[in-house]
Write a protein that binds this ligand. Structure first.
Ligand code: SF4
Length: 212
């Protein structure tokens, strides 16, 4: 048992990160949650099934900002935020509208995701983010479905349609949001070129992440 209190919000860089859930439809080979025992640089991200309400997140964001400001709010955590897509929207709505004062209304909000929100919610959800979330960073990691399945290890329900669904989500997000970035864990040049080509076709920028 980890005796450090679970962190619902935690700072990293200039951002405040929101840990909404530990549930996830994938088991990515590069995921650090097991290796790091649910710790992220001193924050215990094991929620022990106690998922916070949007009101609680807004309250903690306000308290944290009052101590020291931050530049953006990021849904991330150890888990897939889209497993609680409605809570993402509701929290973003509260914060964006000034309901987490002294957090400035309109502060940048980012969603870090594996991009499976459409399959999780069984609808096209990207348009619902418009006006609430400014940026989505999608951990796509592959240029084709076989490699995607190998790296992301999706649960059975997401295996067959997952890759295409993530592509659909990226394409739609790029259409309606100011910033859409597809990310990939560092790989060989050939795969990286194919990945950049795919992302460009979907309308997204790319970012290469180092494996931790
Ligand atoms: S999506 Fe994130 S939390 Fe889920 S397995 Fe992958 S790296 Fe881990």
């Amino acid at each position: 048992m980890n005796l450090i209190k679970p962190s619902i919000v935690y700072r990293y860089g200039n951002g405040l990160y929101v840990n909404l859930t530990n549930r996830c439809p994938t088991a990515c080979v590069f995921c650090i949650k097991t290796k790091w025992k649910m710790d992220y640089r001193g924050a215990n991200l094991n929620l022990e099934n106690l998922e916070p309400s949007p009101t609680e997140v807004a309250r903690l964001a306000a308290l944290t900002y009052a101590e020291k400001s931050f530049d953006e709010l990021v849904f991330c955590g150890y888990g897939e935020p889209a497993m609680r897509f409605d809570a993402v929207l509701e929290t973003a709505r509260m914060v964006k509208s000034g309901g987490a004062f002294p957090v400035p209304a309109g502060i940048k909000i980012r969603l870090n995701t594996n991009g499976l929100a459409n399959l999780i919610c069984e609808r096209n959800v990207a348009p619902e983010l418009k006006g609430l979330v400014d940026a989505v960073h999608i951990s796509l990691n592959a240029s084709e479905p076989g490699r995607w399945a190998e790296l992301m290890r999706p649960q059975a329900r997401y295996a067959e349609k997952g890759f295409e669904s993530v592509k659909d989500f990226i394409r739609e997000a790029a259409r309606v949001l100011p910033e859409t970035i597809a990310t990939i864990i560092d790989c060989d040049k050939q795969e990286l070129a194919a990945f950049e080509n795919l992302a460009a076709g979907l309308g997204a920028k790319t970012r290469v992440r180092a494996a931790l």
